[in-house]
Ligand binder design. Sequence first.
Ligand SMILES: *Cc1c(COP(=O)(O)O)cnc(C)c1O
Length: 407
Amino acid sequence: MVQVNADYLKLKAGYLFPEISRRIKDFSANNLAADLIRLGIGDVTEPLPMACREAMKLAIDEMGTEQGFRGYGPEQGYQWLREAISENDYVSHGCEIAPEEIFVSDGSKCDSSNILDILGKENKIAVTDPVYPVYVDTNVMAGRTGEANSKGEYKGLSYIPINSENGFEAQIPKERFDLIYLCFPNNPTGAVATKEQLASWVEYAKEKNSLILFDAAYEAFIKDDSIPHSIYEIKGARDCAIEFRSFSKNAGFTGTRCAFTVIPKSLKGKAGKQEIDLWSLWNRRQSTKFNGVSYIVQRGAEAAYSKEGKAQIKRLVNFYMDNAQIIKANLTSAGFEVFGAINAPYAWIKTPKNMSSWDFFDFLLEKANVVGTPGSGFGAAGEGYFRLSAFNSRENVEKAMERIVKL
Ligand SMILES: *Cc1c(COP(=O)(O)O)cnc(C)c1O
């Protein structure tokens, strides 16, 4: 018989979202009339912006002509999209990121996992806790951890808590890590990192020769002008950080698929005593294992930077952030302690009366028919918290709040 990758067996069996589905299914089977409102999984709900749709329709028609047809595109993405990203997301914000340093992909989820391909196994790794589960599970799958303990913490990974005791600020560790995953605005807590905090991280990484993997999937939701949208707004970040960005949450591309990863050419790693630039390794990796994002979708992504595209995305983001505001205001007035939801589309709620995250999940499901996400599913330090997402219709958000406030 073939050998399997036994590292997969270390993964916690009850992965968050399948367990949520199981509980919903059980509940629904016994409560056929229940009108469930899902504020759980972080997926967008509003339709694609018109500018992106129109660009994709044109691209389809082009592909139907002799002159306009395109086969394989560049693995790194089309030059015009890389230029649009460089100009609109970086250069115009004072960050020196060249088009060549941008690698277009079909998702940040894949990129944040695939990046492990070009990094050595010996690296000491730190994640925040709670955390986007992908960072942890992909390290487990790649054999970079030991077994998990009863709280779900893996041997070989280090956890930096972010919770109400430290004001949802990831404290700079004393010890040295090679690789640190940071996500701001944060999923799941909705916390943001100030310029000073990010500068401390960059300073730490430069001093310790560490690499920061910075996930900025939610940068479009930042309302406060003083909060950085990119880690490259911090001087020196070009020498110590990779950034992941996605069109999923701002332009609603979760089902359309387009994202990008920034690898500055100045980033270095080592192989023995030799210095190697990460850009070349990633370029090699993508050229070998990836054949690019469809031309049609890249035209759709490019349209996100048109005048109309920007205005439509702004409206989408504002719509979700108004939902977030409604959630925060209602729950706060009902006596809940609510974090996030100001510069991020997630409200991070302290469970009442010290209920466990899963007990509160069941309580909301049964008493309000509202589905959220238990904080403990994002890591041990998420126990006692609960995430509600602002991605839903206004009607559903208002109805869900009415029901919860009445409890
Ligand atoms: C939604 C999300 C992404 C985006 O992933 P895609 O694969 O680009 O859809 C990335 N990081 C975090 C933390 C997310 O929540």
